[in-house]
Design a protein around this ligand. Structure first.
Ligand SMILES: [Zn+2]
Ligand SMILES: [Zn+2]
Length: 261
């Protein structure tokens, strides 16, 4: 286990199961599904997708300073990983896709390791030490370092505020959106590297090992992140749309917030 596991994942899992049990058996509850969707969209496709992934990891586009900070903050609320750890492990995945060095590969380590458990291993944190161009520029930025240092505090304050607002907000603003985003990212890590009935490739691998696929269901469910073979083929492109049906909502967000030269 790494520190992320006991500082965030384990307590979040306990709180989630406890809340599900409480609300299903003891208390009546309502969920505001519009709030769930808006919050999920902001912390997930915007914060993690357009922010942690496409901006901070791949520098696919340029944006304004307040938007850059907003992306880093929103992505941190998803509770998936601190900014530098997210970028570092993601770039490591690109460089070593589906080789024995890729700890997220379902081909090397099996489905469950790829879907979830790799994140809880100590090695997942060590990847932050693999300083690359993305993490180097992050660690030079005092405001981003502040977000990383206070990552767990910020996440749990978000949870506490939603809890104090009442059960509907606790579920709709915090628990459900966060768990949906974790599910979205876990599905990409595993299913987008597996040959399934709905998966296909537009491009053959540039590396020996890479087995990334586009997946029709995943592409739509994940707001465009699931056109994964397109992304592995050209990681610098801010749009993952190659064929007309490959709608890339995250790519549209990037376009909307990008700074024109
Ligand atoms: Zn991949
Ligand atoms: Zn990527």
């Amino acid at each position: 286990m790494n520190s992320y596991c006991y500082k965030l994942w384990l307590p979040l899992t306990i709180v989630t199961f406890g809340s599900v049990f409480y609300f299903l058996t003891i208390s009546e509850f309502t969920v505001n599904w519009l709030l769930v969707f808006v919050t999920w969209f902001l912390i997930g496709p915007v914060g993690i997708g357009a922010g942690f992934h496409r901006y901070f990891s791949h520098r696919q586009y340029k944006t304004y300073r307040p938007i850059e900070l907003a992306l880093a903050f929103l992505g941190s609320l998803a509770g998936y990983a601190p900014l530098a750890m997210w970028c570092s492990s993601h770039i490591y995945h690109h460089r070593n896709s589906d080789s024995s060095d890729d700890i997220t590969s379902p081909h090397q380590y099996g489905f469950w390791e790829s879907f979830l458990f790799w994140r809880l291993r100590p090695i997942a944190l060590e990847k932050v030490d693999t300083l690359n161009f993305a993490t180097r520029s992050i660690f030079k930025d005092k405001k981003l370092v502040f977000l990383i240092k206070n990552y767990y505090r910020i996440f749990w304050i978000f949870g506490l505020i939603s809890f104090l607002l009442g059960p509907t907000y606790f579920l709709s603003l915090f628990l459900i959106p966060v768990q949906l985003e974790h599910l979205r990212l876990n599905m990409i890590g595993s299913f987008a590297h597996m040959k399934l009935p709905t998966s296909y490739r537009n491009f053959e691998s540039q590396s020996l090992h890479d087995r990334s696929y586009n997946n029709v269901i995943l592409g739509y469910l994940t707001f465009g992140f699931g056109w994964h073979n397109n992304h592995h083929h050209n990681e610098r492109s801010s749009s993952l749309m190659v064929r007309w049906w490959e709608v890339d909502i995250e790519g549209l967000v990037c376009k909307l917030i990008s700074k024109k030269d």
